[in-house]
Design a protein around this ligand. Structure first.
Ligand SMILES: Nc1ncnc2c1ncn2[C@@H]1O[C@H](COP(=O)(O)OP(=O)(O)OP(=O)(O)O)[C@@H](O)[C@H]1O
Ligand SMILES: [Mg+2]
Length: 310
């Protein structure tokens, strides 16, 4: 039996003879906690069914959501690199931070005092006013600094208003030639569901480790309600920070492959990416970046594929 089989056995099941991954439900980690214990409504189907005019308007830009249940896997980093990469490939990109941590600001080197969508939303102000310049001609909407009280107020509001994000995107009046790339907080939270309700493409970001593999089951369960109907997003799994010199990482990639029934996309670990974050500079400006730059390039090409017709 291979190390991959051993790993999968450890997580509950052997999936090596189950290429569809159907029998590979990894119940080992239990359920993923929700912010305050309140179950989230599923927005996707009902919003599309009952409010077609607004959705038609919202769907003008292509919307890409980066999600994960594990923290620190590189969602914000990839949002930044993909925004720059897509813009360099001729697209018009708006990066959007839905994470109250407000970290995308640092990735894009935006002033820490800059207002963001958090307070703009609470003041019922248009997001247009808080747009900032991103990299390579892209634009970015940061979350902005918010107090704990403001975060709680906004979260309460979002639970009552499942179309909050759809309405704000609609008000931005973006065209079909534009792409919105959304950063979300780790976990099964209200921002995850708001992003899923408008996404054309979902990138589930993971690392080649047991923590990410262990949450795949919950992630698939959380995505399931959105994967039906004509507006169902395309979902891709991306292993980030891949170190091919590490045998364990390669075994974990193999475990993901067997679990998913297909090979995940990959972005290699590259110090130039970490350095770019430290200096708030465009990761794609780094001449030192090699494998990871090619990976980002490939991902951008994938994201340029026409979205599903509605
Ligand atoms: N491909 C990569 N190569 C090297 N370092 C990377 C890569 N991707 C991300 N990192 C580094 O990993 C760390 C975490 O990245 P990032 O903040 O983007 O993760 P995140 O998933 O957004 O985290 P959080 O859950 O806190 O929002 C950062 O130091 C970043 O520079
Ligand atoms: Mg982040």
């Amino acid at each position: 039996m291979s190390l991959t089989d051993d790993l999968l056995m450890l997580f509950g099941k052997s999936v090596s003879r189950d290429p569809q991954g159907l029998a590979a439900r990894l119940h080992f980690f239990g359920s993923v906690p929700v912010d305050d214990g309140t179950p989230f409504p599923v927005y996707a189907a009902s919003a599309n069914e009952h409010n077609p005019p607004l959705d038609a308007a919202v769907l003008r830009p292509k919307v890409v959501a980066l999600v994960s249940f594990n923290g620190g896997v590189g969602r914000s980093t990839l949002v930044t690199a993909l925004s720059s990469g897509l813009q360099r490939q001729g697209e018009s990109v708006l990066a959007l931070d839905l994470d109250p941590q407000n970290a995308l600001r640092q990735h894009f080197g935006v002033d820490s005092q800059a207002s963001g969508i958090g307070t703009a939303s609470l003041l019922n102000a248009p997001w247009q006013q808080v747009r900032q310049a991103g990299f390579a001609g892209s634009q970015v909407l940061t979350f902005g600094t918010t107090t704990l009280q403001q975060q709680e107020n906004l979260q309460r509001w979002l639970k009552r208003e499942p179309r909050w994000l759809a309405q704000h995107l609609s008000a931005l009046d973006l065209s079909a030639r534009q792409t919105v790339i959304i950063d979300t907080p780790a976990g099964n939270n209200i921002y995850f569901h708001q992003a899923l309700s408008v996404a054309d493409v979902v990138l589930v970001v993971a690392q080649a480790d047991g923590a990410s593999l262990g949450t795949l089951d919950q992630m698939e369960a959380a995505l399931a309600p959105y994967r039906h109907g004509e507006r169902a997003p395309r979902v891709h799994f991306v292993i980030n920070k891949l170190d091919e010199g590490n045998a364990f990482s390669l075994d974990m990639v193999e475990a993901f492959k067997q679990r998913l029934g297909h090979a995940p996309l990959e972005v290699h670990r590259d110090m130039a990416i970490s350095e770019a974050l430290a200096f708030g500079t465009d990761p794609l400006d780094s001449h030192g970046m090699s494998l990871a730059a090619d990976d980002i390039d490939d991902l951008c090409r994938l994201l340029k594929a026409p979205k599903k017709a509605v």
